[in-house]
Design a protein around this ligand. Structure first.
Ligand code: G3P
Ligand code: MG
Length: 227
């Protein structure tokens, strides 16, 4: 499975509707980052501040939706979308990986998601955000994002009742994380890999999905969507 990181961030203005519309035509799944803005709405932006990504300045949490919508993302003419807008434009057969960047947003995120519309997985580095997600829905699939082996990726994913573990890709090369996860019934989606040779190596190792900034890096025979 090829998962378009922020809507293929190397090829389009990340996490915008334009990027995600395009990614929806090429990817098996799209990955987006979600946080709450000052007016309480859930918006799709990676950083806690708007400075790197837009012509504005300040913290997302301090800016209203109207203020965020007035900003230009990476000089593209695109604005910061809401979660609801993104969910409405991704084609039905494309999966959506909703990454929660904060705690306290899981209930609203789960409410916005219609699992009948798209296959969805809610991921987070935050154990608390994943517990909040499970409290909001007993059935929505979740994934634990693991940066380091010290996070005990597989054990933590099992403890959090996750469907998948999402390790930083290098962890797959120097630990038995893939086989351990598979033995326990978890899927493995590795992030973030743009080099096609590394993608191929990960596919041969048995990952179920690769999160990537570039389209077409996952060979066709690995493009089936994992259950
Ligand atoms: O889903 C993997 C990846 O998105 C996690 O890192 O910082 O790009 O959100 P980041
Ligand atoms: Mg992310």
């Amino acid at each position: 499975m090829e998962i378009a990181h922020r809507g293929y961030a190397a090829e389009a203005p990340e996490n915008t509707l334009a990027a995600l519309r395009r990614a929806g035509r090429h990817a098996d799944a799209v990955e987006i980052d979600v946080r709450r803005c000052g007016s309480g709405d859930l918006v799709v932006i990676h950083d806690a501040e708007v400075d790197r990504l837009t012509d504005g300045t300040g913290r997302v949490a301090d800016l209203s939706l109207a203020e965020l919508e007035a900003l230009d993302v990476l000089g593209s003419g695109e604005s910061i979308p809401t979660l609801a807008e993104v969910l409405s434009i991704v084609p039905a057969d494309v999966a959506i990986n909703v990454e929660l960047k904060e705690t306290g947003i899981a209930t609203d995120a789960v409410e916005a998601i219609d699992p009948a519309e798209n296959p969805v997985i809610v991921s987070s580095f935050s154990e608390r955000a994943l517990r909040e997600t499970r409290a909001a829905s007993a059935s929505i699939p979740t994934a634990y994002l693991a940066d380091r082996l010290r996070d005990r990726p597989v054990t933590t994913a099992v403890e959090l009742d996750c469907r998948c573990v999402h390790p930083r890709f290098a962890l797959c090369f120097y630990s038995p994380i893939i086989s351990r996860a598979h033995d326990l019934g978890l899927g493995v989606n590795a992030w973030t890999v743009d080099d096609p040779l590394v993608v191929r190596a990960l596919c041969r190792l048995g990952v179920d999905g690769v999160v990537t900034d570039r389209s077409g890096v996952v060979p066709d025979r690995y493009r089936t969507v994992a259950d």
